[in-house]
Design a protein around this ligand. Structure first.
Ligand code: ATR
Length: 278
């Protein structure tokens, strides 16, 4: 009987319980995945109480992905590079922190568009927050030659490139520069919350210079098809959706906790129906 959960604030609308319960069903595993909401002023006290709850593992979401680190006994390489954890596993060595966000992104992208993973591929990330860091780290470990980063505040793009060890070539850009060079990229990833409900009419940059066949990805999954993806589709782009990343990062967490190999593609259709219904 696995005891799993999610800590964060606020987490009332999280899809994680649904996903993990489906994964348990698929794998024939018994267990429970609970929402463990923690108020910011009670963080230390509640995290210490978690240790007594006998959890096998839990996910961590905003605003605690960095704050959890001092309470852990070890970190995997991604979590160490990023200074952020989204998955904790209770092992004989104590609580070990992982970050499966970037890996989830790359895996779901590779499944759909294997052709863009080659030695000359060029990617552009829009944004420099926590999500951009995870995606940058994972993308630069894969077969992508160049990963540029554009941000409203260019200094944060520069800092991201400096902070995260990578073998890819990277340049920081302003959003204005990015907008005018979209045709140079095989992959463009929108990593911010711009365009998320209720601001679904917003776009981080105009896509006038986008060319046909480019893969365009948006990590926002509410709405499922953002304005950014809609506009990209009109220009002949191939689309990758935020919910595909969301599902795959959960599958990686589940693998870490249960040592099983769940198949995310079996769940994708059902997950899409579920998201449309809420
Ligand atoms: P998190 O770590 O949770 O992702 P964050 O650190 O606040 O959150 O990062 C949010 C990202 O969205 C940043 O890249 C931010 O740009 P700035 O660094 O210039 O603030 C970007 N962002 C948020 N609102 C934006 C907007 N209206 N237009 C362009 N970029 C925006």
């Amino acid at each position: 009987m696995y005891k799993l959960g999610l800590i964060g604030h606020p987490i009332g609308h999280s899809m994680s319980p649904w996903i993990h319960e489906k994964l348990m069903e698929q794998q024939g595993i018994e267990g429970k995945y609970e929402l463990l909401e923690i108020q910011p002023d009670e963080f230390g006290e509640k995290v210490n109480l978690l240790k007594e709850k006998g959890l096998d593992g839990f996910n961590v979401t905003v605003p605690y992905k960095e704050k959890i680190i001092p309470y852990l006994d070890g970190l995997d390489e991604s979590a160490r590079h990023l200074g952020a954890v989204n998955t904790v596993h209770h092992t004989d060595q104590g609580w070990i922190g992982y970050n499966t966000d970037g890996r989830g992104f790359v895996h779901s992208l590779k499944n759909r568009f294997p052709d863009i993973f080659h030695n000359n591929a060029k990617a552009l990330l829009l944004g420099s927050g926590g999500a951009a860091r995870g995606i940058f780290e994972a993308l630069t470990r894969s077969n992508i030659a160049r990963v540029d980063i554009a941000n409203r505040t260019i200094k944060r793009a520069e800092d991201l490139i400096q902070d995260i060890p990578s073998k890819a070539y990277s340049s920081p850009l302003t959003l204005e520069q990015a907008k005018n060079t979209l045709m140079d990229y095989d992959l463009i990833v929108q990593t911010t919350t711009v365009g998320m409900n209720p601001d679904h009419d917003k776009m981080i940059v105009s896509l006038d210079h986008l060319t046909k066949g480019t893969v365009v990805s948006d990590i926002v999954y509410r709405p499922m098809k953002t304005k950014f993806l809609n506009e990209a589709e009109k220009r002949g782009a191939r689309l990758h959706f935020g919910h595909e990343m969301l599902l795959q990062q959960a599958v990686y967490a589940f693998q870490i906790w249960t040592d099983t190999e769940p198949e995310s593609s079996l769940l994708l259709n059902e997950f899409e129906q579920k998201l449309k219904g809420v």
